[in-house]
Design a protein around this ligand. Structure first.
Ligand code: ADP
Ligand code: MG
Length: 258
């Protein structure tokens, strides 16, 4: 469904992503794990073609639906970004606009990408909020992002990301700022929508915690390079690299501390 080949991205001072390859099938979720600064967000942005100068993609292909996204004219890319491949971030305020109600924002996305009229788009937005289990969705659609709690805001962001029924969702540390209970709820929700929408998910995180629960396969990146890739269970039980062992051990310490 989505295949990244030999992708490299440079900023003036650093090669942030170097020769990265990955594949995600529909209905599958792939974990991307690496410590802070390893190039995870850069990888995600490059797939969405959102690297801003002076950052630059210097090599690679992002094959989706038989086409290399890196070669698409921008108007074609606009039809893919946010519609067929969507992204969610750690901070919901990155994707939610504070001056519009959540219903308006989701409806506008649906209207733009699917050419629906306002009434149908609004109904679609309310349905999306129901899908992510926002209670009294019809009423809450009239609320602004700041009127939702952290976990609920994350659900709204997921609703927004799924509004156009994307085939791929890229989640860049979406639960990192949330407490463990709410994290678990978000992961449950992602599993549910993954099955419901036959969604391919790329789940980016610095910890194996959620990868364990969500992703059958994982790639481990260090300094922009893939250092290990394979079945999550196998990598957790027999990590080949010291770097991976360290990431796994920090997870165990975290659990021991609780
Ligand atoms: P991660 O998401 O894994 O924390 P990033 O992709 O954000 O890693 O960063 C990878 C590397 O690229 C880091 O060395 C970071 O300092 C650098 N970097 C990220 N974004 C920029 C930018 N906009 N300009 C310059 N350097 C950047
Ligand atoms: Mg990041």
């Amino acid at each position: 469904m989505l295949e990244v080949r030999n992708l490299s991205v440079v900023y003036p001072d650093v090669t942030a992503v170097e020769g990265v390859g990955l594949t995600v099938a529909s209905g599958e979720s792939l974990g991307v794990v690496g410590e802070s600064g390893s190039g995870k967000s850069t990888l995600a942005l490059a797939i969405m073609r959102l690297i801003q100068p002076p950052g630059r993609v210097v090599s690679g292909e992002v094959i989706f639906d038989g086409r290399d996204l890196l070669k698409l004219p921008e108007p074609e890319m606009v039809k893919v970004r946010g519609a067929r491949i969507s992204m969610i971030f750690q901070d919901p305020f990155t994707s939610l606009n504070p001056v519009f109600t959540v219903g308006e924002q989701i409806a506008e996305t649906i209207r733009l990408h699917q050419g629906m009229n306002r009434v149908d788009a609004w109904a679609g937005a309310v349905r999306m909020l129901e899908t992510v289990h926002i209670k009294e969705a019809a009423k809450r659609a009239h609320d602004y992002p700041h009127q939702f709690s952290g976990g609920m805001r994350q659900r709204v962001m997921i609703a927004m990301a799924l509004a156009c029924r994307p085939e791929i969702l890229i989640a860049d540390e979406p639960t990192t700022a949330l407490d463990a209970t709410i994290q678990a709820e978000v992961v449950r929700l992602l599993r549910e929508v993954q099955a419901e929408f036959n969604l391919g998910i790329i789940y980016i995180t610095h910890s194996f915690d959620i990868i364990k629960a969500l992703c059958r396969r994982v790639i481990v990146i260090n300094k922009g390079r893939v250092v290990e890739a394979g079945e999550t269970e196998k990598i957790l039980s027999e990590p080949a690299q010291n770097y991976t062992k360290k990431l796994i051990n920090s997870l165990r310490e975290l659990h021991a501390a609780h």
